[in-house]
Design a protein around this ligand. Sequence first.
Ligand SMILES: [Zn+2]
Ligand SMILES: [Zn+2]
Ligand SMILES: [Zn+2]
Length: 379
Amino acid sequence: MKQSHKKKKILLLLLALFLLYAILLSFNILRFKTYKAPALKSSPLEIEGVYHIHTTYSDGRKSVDEIAKLASQADIDFIILTDHGNPNHESYLSQGWKEGVLVLAGSELSVSRGHLVALGFELPSRNFSHNTEDAFYEIKARGGFSIIAHPYSKTRWSWGKFIEYGGIEIINGDTALKKNILASLPSLPALLIKPEYAFLKMFDSPHRNLRKWDELNNLHPIYGYFSLDAHLLYRPGFNLLHLHLLLQSPLSEDFDTAKHQVYEALRKGRFYNSIHAAAHAHGFRFSGEEEEKTTPMGSTVLYDSPVTLNIEAPFPFAKDIHLVHNGKMIFRSTEDSISYEAAHPGTYRVEVYLTERSPLGKNIPWIVSNPIFLRKDDK
Ligand SMILES: [Zn+2]
Ligand SMILES: [Zn+2]
Ligand SMILES: [Zn+2]
């Protein structure tokens, strides 16, 4: 008799604890909102898109048309499909304007060193090579460029001496999801109410990718990408990781011209990355200035006299801006507008952290810019 009484008490206690947890979680989920800057005027020279998406042409759950529709509803300018294949012809041939969204398609190649994303190439008559370096040159010969995908996922990248890749993924949504799903179980119920909340909770610090990226940049310029790697959950995914491209003229309505504009910005590193679900980053700028001449991010400047680095972060919510030089943070500020005299050559890039309340961990950069390279010689 006494035993069952005790059991009942424990059960009641557990139930009370569970209810308390459920109330706290619901409170946090309902309170969550994406920070936006309503007063900011949007520039037609800055376009936003999502990179690394799988469709039913490989192991994705939705068709290109369904995905384009969701992208259009999310108010995205462009998406870049990256179906598996060496290359994936069907996916490639599905490119075009769909639902007002520029749909581009590269391919995610399985090569000897891992997964390599090829973009901007003309279709080859036979498959790209399995050997990584050979594939790199074949892609280049077809007018394209390559990005190292998820270097530290289950399919890891095996590093070699060759370093001329056009890009490296800094954050990969699919890797974060698979790696941290257990740790984020407590916030999973949010998937039903505000999925972005659960996703933001799932990210962990990309310090390992950032460190490797800085190391590579010391040897050869390479650009950093936030990659969604979507196979499902496209709708919340499209609000998650964005590339912001800085164009030289507004995006053309002509498909071939628009495709060229997007790939040119990526090839030259004229873009920055943001975690869109945490806060909207439209309007961020990082540029160099030397004797009236402005240098966009991504470029290499011959360093003979000091260069002024300008950062614009015109956001009405609290943020912490880090200027990183050769992998080390050398300056930080919470101001909207910053000018810094770069007195040494090297690789300069910017990370911005959100200091407002957010499900995003404090050690995860909300914005990661591409670098400006100040070189002593013209190598
Ligand atoms: Zn896949
Ligand atoms: Zn992959
Ligand atoms: Zn992938």
